[in-house]
Every structure is written in C-alpha cells, then in structure tokens.
Design a protein around this ligand. Structure first.
Ligand SMILES: Cc1cc2nc3c(=O)[nH]c(=O)nc-3n(C[C@H](O)[C@H](O)[C@H](O)COP(=O)(O)O)c2cc1C
Length: 316
C-alpha cells in the first residue's frame, strides 16, 4: 500500500494514528504505537503541563520514532501544555487538538516545525482549519468514543474531503482493516482509532474497563451530556445510567442548570481508567467496541488492521 505523501512526511509505516485519549494515551502507549510504525499520540486531556512533560519524556525514552500530543482545548492547563509542547518541539512531530478551535496556537506550533492536525466534526470546522493553515484534519464521526459531534463518519468524511484541499484522516467507528479500506474509499489518507487501542497490552486502562470493552455488544454505548451540551459516548454502566437520568430530570425543569450534573461527570474518565469503578467512572468507548474482541499488543493491532486492508484492496 502506497502511503499518501502527508503520511510519508510523518515517517509512518502504517497510515494509522492512535487517538490521543485523555488519561489513557500516556507516553508508554504512544511509544508502543510509534515503535510499531503508527503514530502514537499522548493525550494531554486535563492533565497539568508538568504531567504532560513527564509523558513526553517517557515517550522519548521509549522510542526514536515520531509521535504526537493531543491538546484538549477545554483544559484549564491548556496554556501550560502548549508551552511544554513548544519546549519539546524537537521531539514532537504532530499536535492534534480536540474540543475547540486551535487557531490561536496554530502559528506557534508551525513556527516550531510541528504539524497541526485538528479534530473536526463538521465541514465548516474543517474549512476554517484549512483556512488558518492546519496541515491536515481528523474528521471524526459520532460513532467514536469520547466527546462527539452530530454526523456519522460515513457522511462526514467525504463531505470534508470535498470541502478542503488538505489531507483528511477518518476517525470514529474504525477498528479493523475493513474500516481502514472504507476510509480510503471515502477519500481519507488514513485513520485514527481510539476504542481498539483502549485494550492494547500497553494501555493503562483498568482491567475492569478493558473487560467491559471486550464484552460490549453493538448497542452497548450511550451518549451522556446530550442535554447539558457536552455529548460523550460511553459504555452503558451504572455511572452512565445515573448521569442520563439526572440530566433528563434537569432538562425537564423550566430553568435547567446542569452545573451539579456536570460536577458528577468531572473526573469520571480518570476514575474509570485508574480504578475501573463502574458506579462513578465513565467507560468512554465507541460503537465499534462490539468489534473489539481481543486484547493485543499495539504492534499486532496495527499489523492486523493494515494487512486486512491491504488484502481487501487487492494488495495495492
Ligand atoms: C477514552 C477516550 C478518550 C478520548 N479522549 C480524547 C481527547 O482527550 N482528545 C481528543 O481529541 N479525542 C479524544 N478521544 C477520541 C479519540 O482520540 C479518537 O478520535 C476516537 O476514539 C476514534 O473513534 P473510535 O473510538 O471509534 O476509534 C477519546 C476517545 C476515547 C475512547
């Protein structure tokens, strides 16, 4: 399979990004993915600049291959995280951004020779990112785990491809070679996967959360935060059910105030990742959790996906 020039410019063997998942994607997971030839991405999430700096150091100590950092733009530490990344610019190839508009930081990253790849959920966002100089975009459908937009990957990706003249990476609902091959057919130059990497051998996700992903069926995800305005896809568990019940009750009021409900959600992904607590932890995962049946080392995941796609595409 001939890689697109953008993917080649990142020094990748496989056209596959590992999503920069908050609390999940640390320096160890990112390095394992990068060592195997994909793009490992550290998820800064809501972590402090200091923690992100440590994870960058860890990744550097474990790999000589290119890796990236995902900046969560809603984080209260975003300025610190950006500064940490700029300081470590020699070792960071790509910055992806989530939950917002990274225009403000774009020129700083570019001046530091870091490629900027914002995650977008609509054509309008993609066009804006292309206009302000993004190197590529990740077009992420609402099948994905974590915070989501409104469009599906199947509908979003080709519309973004038609609207911008920068490379498009497809995300959301992709967990095997069929998904990678389909993404190419939609005009993408590669994919970003999150859910499949949750169960990677090198992922720090708590065993109970991993088991829930491995056992999940197609219909086992729900959307929390839809009423409160921050929709996120998670596996159904006691925490998700309670959250949805409370936010529905709040939405039914004449003057809803979601502050208290949101408070319950704060830190809930971290709780799930570190402790596996089903009562208080958000088991974020995508609709493809039903396809993820095996916990494998990151290198095996990448090779499986790539080989299956190559066969399906007739070896091209
Ligand atoms: C647990 C979890 C945490 C995530 N955290 C982030 C994040 O902090 N920033 C971001 O841009 N995307 C985040 N994502 C989205 C992933 O990076 C990726 O785009 C998505 O998982 C792809 O869809 P999939 O889950 O169907 O593979 C997260 C996804 C999951 C499952």
């Amino acid at each position: 399979m001939q890689l697109d020039p953008f993917m080649q410019s990142l020094g990748l063997k496989y056209p596959i990004f590992q999503g920069g998942m908050a609390w999940v994607a640390d320096g160890r997971l990112a390095a394992a993915v990068s060592n195997a030839g994909g793009l490992g991405i550290i998820g800064a999430g809501h972590a402090s600049g200091e923690v992100v700096a440590q994870e960058i150091e860890r990744a550097k100590s474990l790999t000589d291959r290119p890796f990236g950092v995902n900046v969560m733009l809603l984080s209260p530490h975003v300025e610190d995280v950006v500064n940490v990344i700029l300081k470590a610019h020699d070792s960071i190839t790509v910055v992806t951004t989530g939950a917002g508009d990274p225009s403000k930081y774009l020129s700083m990253f570019k001046a530091a020779d870091i490629k900027v790849v914002p995650v977008v959920a609509s054509v309008a966002q993609a066009k804006r990112m292309a206009r302000v100089g993004a190197d590529a975009v990740v077009a992420e459908g609402m099948e994905s785990g974590g915070h989501i937009g409104k469009l599906t990957t199947m509908a979003l990706v080709p519309q973004v491809v038609d609207a911008v003249n920068i490379p498009v990476i497809a995300a959301g609902g992709i967990a095997d070679g069929r998904g990678l091959a389909a993404a190419f057919m939609l005009g993408a130059v590669g994919v970003q996967m999150g859910t499949r990497f949750l169960v990677a051998a090198e992922s720090k996700v708590h065993p109970d959360y991993k088991q829930a992903v491995l056992k999940a069926k197609d219909i086992d995800t729900v959307i929390t935060g839809e009423y409160a305005g921050h929709p996120a896809r998670v596996l159904k568990n006691p925490m998700a059910k309670r959250f949805i019940r409370l936010e529905k009750a709040e939405a039914a009021k004449t003057e809803p105030d979601f502050g208290e409900v949101e408070e319950i959600g704060n830190g809930s992904l971290r709780t799930a990742v570190l402790t596996g607590d089903r009562e208080n932890g958000a088991y974020m995962a995508g609709q493809v959790a039903g396809l993820v049946k095996q916990a494998q080392p990151a290198a095996e995941i990448l090779a499986d996906v790539y080989e299956q796609a190559t066969k399906l595409m007739g070896g091209v």
